[in-house]
Design a protein around this ligand. Structure first.
Ligand code: DC
Length: 221
């Protein structure tokens, strides 16, 4: 069973989904992290598409959720920190426009979620990857709130950047993610809209947890 949260960068989807997973003891899948790993390979290939595809085919991408953290591995090396660099953030939307890469990542995700109960976050999970998800949320927030939140996260991790740089990166990604041809960021018709601008983190986690908990209970009976 899978529950999905889609929304623009910095809207709080991944921290919320992680907290919900932790609270309800279910699995968490960060689809953006998989696009970021692919982007690491793209950068290794010096942005050459053909070299990139060859390298991707030879690479092994694996991941799991443990102790509140989503871990991603490239050829068994933990790259969970490397994928958060601004270099990767600046190139990831470009990689995410490539339809063959999208199908590759979608396949990886569909295989993984067959066995357990998952909450996953991304851009197109409700509209393209898991159209029959048990429950769908679409999370939005003002650009300023999103930039400030992402800036705080990066600063805490010791990644050097400025609020302006983060804001420009988020606004640029919103633009590319929403206007690309292949599965753009868009609210699914059957998704529940959550605007986090006026909510505390605890409120948004509780709102979603309560609904997912009910669903899991029904699913088990
Ligand atoms: O959630 P994030 O910021 O880590 O995602 C990184 C990028 O990956 C984002 O700018 C767009 C892309 N992405 C996507 O196209 N589809 C998804 N399901 C998840 C992420």
């Amino acid at each position: 069973m899978i529950v999905v949260i889609d929304g623009p960068a910095g809207s709080g989807k991944s921290s919320t989904a992680r907290a919900v997973a932790e609270r309800l003891k279910i699995q968490y899948l960060d689809s953006g992290a998989l696009y970021r790993v692919a982007t690491l390979i793209y950068l290794q290939a010096d942005r050459n598409r053909e070299v990139f595809i060859d390298l991707l085919k030879e690479s092994k991408i694996s991941f799991y959720f443990k102790q509140k953290k989503f871990h991603v591995f490239l050829d068994n090396i933990d790259v969970s920190e490397d994928i958060r660099s601004m270099k990767v953030s600046d190139a990831v939307s470009e990689v995410a426009t490539m339809p063959d890469i999208r199908s590759y990542i979608n396949q990886l995700m569909r295989e993984q979620v067959k066995k357990d109960i998952y909450i996953a976050d991304g851009r197109d999970l409700g509209t393209a990857v898991f159209t029959d998800a048990a429950m769908k949320f679409f999370m939005v927030a003002d650009l300023n709130d999103r930039a400030e939140r992402r800036f705080r996260e990066l600063s805490q991790k010791g990644i050097e950047t400025s609020l302006e740089e983060v804001k420009a990166n988020i606004a640029g990604r919103d633009q590319v993610d929403s206007s690309r041809e292949a599965d753009p960021l868009k609210q699914a018709e059957d998704a529940i809209l959550i605007n986090t601008s006026g909510l505390t983190f605890e409120e948004q986690v509780t709102q979603i947890s309560n609904q997912v908990k009910k669903l899991i209970t029904e699913h088990k009976h």
